[in-house]
Design a protein around this ligand. Structure first.
Ligand code: DAT
Length: 176
């Protein structure tokens, strides 16, 4: 089974409450580094890895076993940036580093309103962010030192996050 030692490039997880900026960061990171961007929600739609629809939250329910099977080959090759709100159900061996984006309530509220989410969905996501659900799940699921929190409120923070991850990537490449 491939692991961090045998992969030619690392796999990076970008998690966070919807609206925290995962796809903005993930796509730009891939543009700059040549890594492969994987939006798990989009893959799940096209590969039919959904197992229903949550009417209350108005979002699809992911079939976790199927999406893992779907992504296994590409993940074992390395060099991927994976964008999904949660990450606790992915195999721990897939990731060399996990970033969890964090956004202040007011900023997140505006972004989700702009996205057209209903009030219930906005409230659910804001409270998830307040209780740092995704961060705690990530910390419980991955080795200490692998999980890093990144602020994601402003354009400056986006730039700084991109620089930080690019630097980590360079260090990883020089070590392997
Ligand atoms: P996600 O993929 O986590 O749902 P997104 O990348 O679609 O989030 O971003 C949601 C919105 O916020 C989008 O309009 C872009 C904006 N945004 C993302 N990161 C930002 C940042 N660091 N500073 C300012 N705006 C940001």
């Amino acid at each position: 089974m491939a692991n961090a030692v045998s992969r030619g490039a690392p796999n990076i997880m970008i998690a966070g409450t919807p609206g925290t900026g995962k796809s903005t960061l993930g796509k730009e990171l891939c543009q700059r580094t040549g890594l492969n961007y994987i939006n798990v929600g989009e893959v799940a739609q096209t590969a039919e890895c959904m197992e229903g629809y949550d009417e209350e939250l108005q979002c699809g329910i992911l079939d976790e076993d199927r999406i893992i099977d779907e992504l296994e080959d590409v993940m074992s090759q390395g060099g991927n940036v994976v964008d999904y709100h949660s990450c606790e159900f992915f195999p721990e061996r897939w990731f060399d580093i996990v970033f969890v984006l964090r956004t202040d309530n007011g900023v997140l509220h505006s972004r989700l309103t702009e996205r057209g989410y209903n009030e219930k969905k906005i409230e659910s996501n804001i409270s998830s962010e307040i209780f740092q659900v995704i961060l705690d799940e990530a910390k419980e699921s991955y080795a200490e030192g692998i999980v890093h929190e990144l602020p994601s409120n402003t354009a400056d923070e986006l730039e700084s996050n991109l620089d930080q991850i690019a630097q980590w990537l360079e260090d990883w490449q020089s070590r392997h």
